[in-house]
Design a protein around this ligand. Structure first.
Ligand code: ADP
Ligand code: MG
Length: 607
């Protein structure tokens, strides 16, 4: 439960709403509680009207609430007919006023819970965004999504309805017990005794219902994932003729879901009857004991009191059953808040330095004896890696897959921190540089392209503010994709993604390159970004790059040798170590890995 304490700052933020809500709850219940008293009076007046003189004296002798007393005093002077009429009108008014306050109670407290939900979602999202890549590698997207949607809405059930029903219960109990005791202590105990049983029963039934609904939720999520995969993989399913198998799989999931849903319906069906049973018992016993009292001692007991108590019981039913509901809601909210806190309390492994520096990135980049291991897999990706890159140099990093090329890019962007050794820009260690400044001054084309379900234009302009249409077009031209884009009927406004065009791998890569080129950074890192384009396009893009990269520092990662491109230094990586280093001619002369690779590539290109 202490997990829920982390919500207190939010409650404090909206304290005015909360206090107003509290006031409205009290007022609403205060008016509601007048109805049984007035009804008691009406019943006693009826009894008196049909000829029992005692009833009248009891009706006026009883201690009611001030407002009810006043009304009665006024009514006593009138005829029976007028009394009934006015009581009826007053009861209506009381219900109306109580209802209005109830409306305000929901308007304050439920609205507050929605505001807190909004704040909390933003808080979680903001935290997610600054977490490091390592975190995202170790937590599934589904889990992250759940915590920001499902868990946050469960927490809302605590800050909204649960708190509201709890205060409501306290108000109803307080008022009704006060007036019940005033009216008849004996009947009070009789009427109240079954209520704890009701509260406990509801709590248990609720817990069972929640467990079952959770199971159903999980099954439903399986079912939707299953369906979704079949739709997106429909081409594979059809070509492997697996429609029947998929249907069987779906039917099986669907069956499990149905079974659980039916079982839940059964439990829910017990809910209201069992509640009604307990209320019935309580009402019955109250009427019996009350009636016996009237028969034995008509001077001190009245029929009106019985009517009054029956109404109290009715009034208490819902709030008392809400205890069970509130308790299980609060428990669930605490569990959800715990999961949310777990992530909120996870600090990012990449911390913004306390006094972030903004060194010139137009100077030397220095990597010295860098060692790096991916924590969660224990893969030693780079060892003793040293490299100096002077401003304006063009560096190529070549090597087999898994040799650690992409890792170099990740470390340069400070997506991870090195285990040992150092990386510095202009002599300033990367860990002391403002991370936002660093990343916004490096144009990075990642190896695995990611495009948003957005227009092509927005995908290219992503990450730059104020890019004009002509900027976008120029970047597309430089990435040698403009012609293809312009052939789409909607041009740059074409949507990408599920409901838009399907682009080829090479097209995606070039849009991703355009997104990097539209920035005008000091440093450019291209990670194997031409792997899916044909040789002719590759040539064209490289040609444009030569021009674009003038006066820029470039690190180009590739598994193919770009012999057209005049690199200052070529690094050959193998198993995280530099095995060869030099320019094209020098490396060919070494007759090592690079020379061999070049020969093989020449041969391939000839065919
Ligand atoms: P390359 O880009 O040369 O193909 P990488 O730098 O991507 O190589 O990978 C180097 C090694 O580190 C590989 O063995 C790879 O499996 C591993 N690796 C890469 N990225 C991660 C990661 N995020 N988590 C764990 N291991 C990784
Ligand atoms: Mg790679």
């Amino acid at each position: 439960m202490k997990q829920l304490a982390s919500l207190n700052p939010f409650l404090w933020k909206y304290r005015v709403r909360l206090l107003l809500g509290l006031l409205f709850i009290v007022l609403s219940n205060y008016f509601k509680i007048l109805a049984p008293q007035l009804t008691g009076y009406v019943v006693n007046t009826i009894v008196q009207a049909v000829g029992d003189p005692n009833a009248g004296s009891i009706a006026t002798k009883k201690k009611y609430d001030i407002i009810v007393d006043r009304i009665i005093n006024v009514l006593q002077a009138k005829t029976y007919g007028e009394r009934f009429l006015w009581c009826g009108i007053t009861l209506l008014l009381i219900a109306l006023v109580s209802g209005i306050f109830m409306f305000f109670m929901r308007q304050t407290i439920i609205v507050m819970s929605r505001l807190i939900e909004y704040d909390q979602k933003n808080q979680v999202f903001a935290h997610y965004q600054q977490l490091d890549s390592g975190f995202y590698k170790t937590h599934s997207t589904g889990d992250l999504m759940n915590r920001i949607s499902e868990d946050v809405s469960r927490v809302r059930m605590y800050v909204g309805p649960a708190i509201m029903y709890f205060i409501n219960l306290a108000a109803v109990l307080g008022f009704s017990i006060y007036f019940m005791l005033k009216s008849s202590p004996e009947l009070t105990w009789v009427a109240l005794s079954p209520l704890p049983v009701l509260a406990i029963t509801i709590y248990f039934v609720n817990t069972i219902i929640h467990k079952k609904s959770e199971r159903i939720q999980a099954l439903l999520s399986d079912l939707t994932t299953n369906a979704q995969e079949s739709y997106s993989g429909i081409r594979v399913i059809k070509s492997f003729v697996q429609e029947k198998a998929m249907l069987g799989f779906f039917a099986q999931n669907s069956e499990a879901y149905k079974k659980n849903a039916l079982s839940l319906a059964k439990t829910e069906a017990i809910y209201f009857p069992s509640m009604a049973l307990l209320i019935g018992v309580s009402t019955l016993v109250t009427i019996m004991v009350g009636a016996l009292g009237v028969v034995r001692d008509p001077l001190h007991h009245s029929v009106g009191t019985i009517a009054e108590f029956v109404m109290y019981i009715q009034m208490l039913t819902f709030p008392v059953s809400a205890i069970g509901w509130t308790a299980s809601m609060t428990q669930r909210a605490a569990a959800s808040q715990k999961r949310i806190n777990e992530f909120l309390q996870t600090p990012s492994a990449i911390q913004q330095p306390e006094e972030p520096l903004l060194p010139s990135l137009h100077k030397t980049i220095q990597l010295t004896n860098v060692d790096f291991t991916y924590q969660h897999t224990g893969i030693h990706a780079l060892s003793n890696f040293s490299l100096q890159i002077k401003a304006g140099q063009k560096i190529a990093i070549i090597g087999k897959t898994g040799s650690g090329k992409s890792t170099v890019a990740q470390l340069l962007l400070r997506m991870y921190d090195v285990d040992s050794g150092s990386i510095s820009y202009d002599g300033v260690p990367v860990s002391r540089i403002d991370t936002g400044y660093l990343r916004s001054n490096i144009s990075y084309v990642p190896q695995d392209v990611f495009l948003f379900s957005e227009t092509i234009e927005n995908n290219i302009a992503f990450g730059t503010t104020g890019a004009t249409k002509s900027n976008v077009k120029r970047a597309a031209e430089q990435a040698h994709i403009a012609k293809e884009i312009e052939q789409f009927p909607l041009g740059y406004q074409t949507m990408i993604g599920e409901r838009g065009v399907t682009l080829s791998g090479g097209q995606k890569q070039r849009i991703s390159i355009a997104r990097a080129l539209i920035k005008n950074p000091a440093i450019v890192i291209f990670d194997d970004c031409l792997s899916a384009v044909d040789a002719k396009t590759e040539k064209a893009v490289l040609h444009n790059l030569q021009v674009y990269l003038q006066n820029k520092t470039a690190i180009i990662i590739t598994h193919r040798i770009f012999s057209l491109f005049d690199f200052d230094t070529i690094i050959v990586l193998d198993q995280g170590k530099i095995v060869e280093q030099g320019n094209h001619t020098a490396l060919l002369q070494q007759k090592g890995y690079y020379a061999e690779m070049y020969a093989r590539q020449q041969q391939q290109d000839m065919h």
